[in-house]
Design a protein around this ligand. Sequence first.
Ligand code: URA
Length: 434
Amino acid sequence: MRALDIISAKRDGGEHSASELEFMLTGYLDGQIPDYQMSAWLMAVYLRGMSDNETVALTRAMLATGEAMDLSGFTRPTVDKHSTGGVGDKISLVLGPALAAVGMVVGKLTGRGLGHTGGTIDKLESIPGFTTDLSRNQFDHLLRTVGMSLIGAGPGLAPADKRLYALRDVTATVGSIPLIASSIMCKKLAGGAEHIVLDVKTGRGAFLPDIEQSRELARLMIAIGKSFGRKVTAVLSSMDQPLGFAVGNSLEVKEAVAVLRGQGPADVRDLTVTLGAELVMLAGLADHHAAAVQLLNEVLDSGKAWSKFSEFVAGQGGDSNTVENLELLPEAQCKLSVEAHDSGYVHDIDALAVGHCAMLTGAGRERKEDNIDYAAGILLKCEHGTKVEKGQEIATLHGNDLGKLESLVPRLRAAITIESGIPAKKQLVIETIR
Ligand code: URA
């Protein structure tokens, strides 16, 4: 077998066999296939696509390059959630403890943020001491005692994905549906959970802004999960506007804590409950949607989910005092108000533009190797439909570099559209694909 023949077969629209895909991946990982051949193949896949069978075989080959967690020894249902990436998306911080409080085992392989979207590890690492650098024994112990643990995808888990993703990032081949689906699903499968809910974002701030493409991605990931015997549901949700008011690491932890304490923005709570209800039903803990929703509302309102969060933070080395006393979390030295230029109603908050501004405050990474400022970000002071007066504060920029924040004021203001007349309500959850 030769890489050259496999590349030309895909260039000409051919379908690969499982052994050809294994050959490409193992050859790439052991250095037999150089970056330039892998890049050419990725571009051929990007342009020609893959059949469902090929995508399943690719996922299997990616999974086989590393280890997989074995959660089969748990008697309680094992669950996982994945979001395709968003702005202000702190759902995992709320949903994980809520599911653990309901009695499920939440083991998550999780990642860092890149570009305008944030990552769960970065948010949690804004809590002093918190680490996802756990041994498999520590991970297992937390799952058994707390019911929840997060671990970073390390060299042993899905190593092919790590290498391929880095190459896709610099060869304009990230936006290929079969490549995204196999990349996400090999990590979910390596995580070992039996039941998986996927939050597939669509709209301006999403990876794939087009709804038809998001639908196709959701369908394909469900098909992959099914072929591995996992139960998978996908919820298509809008990423046209940021989720909640906070965008940035410690700001988002504070907002997640508010939701866990029964307060916080309604959209964060609603999406948490929607996604959680799907897992509760997949795991058979409720036989209809309303009962599943009730279970989740109960743990959020009673403080059980909040206690789980606190236990989980302490279990992963975090200083739980800082989540009890939020003023102890990293706080920016500079805060700059953005004021409305006109009176009227907020018609639009552009998630992509807000995500870029937040990244530029220091809250995110333009390149993988960039450092982040945990205290930096944006706190919106309005949402879709809010009535505002000219001169009213509509957002605050947080950071430690005043010059940088000043340069972002006009950009952030332009991301928030104010017009006369009450705008029509926007839909957050678009559809559920079971
Ligand atoms: N997230 C992933 O994990 N992989 C992709 O390819 C895209 C988003």
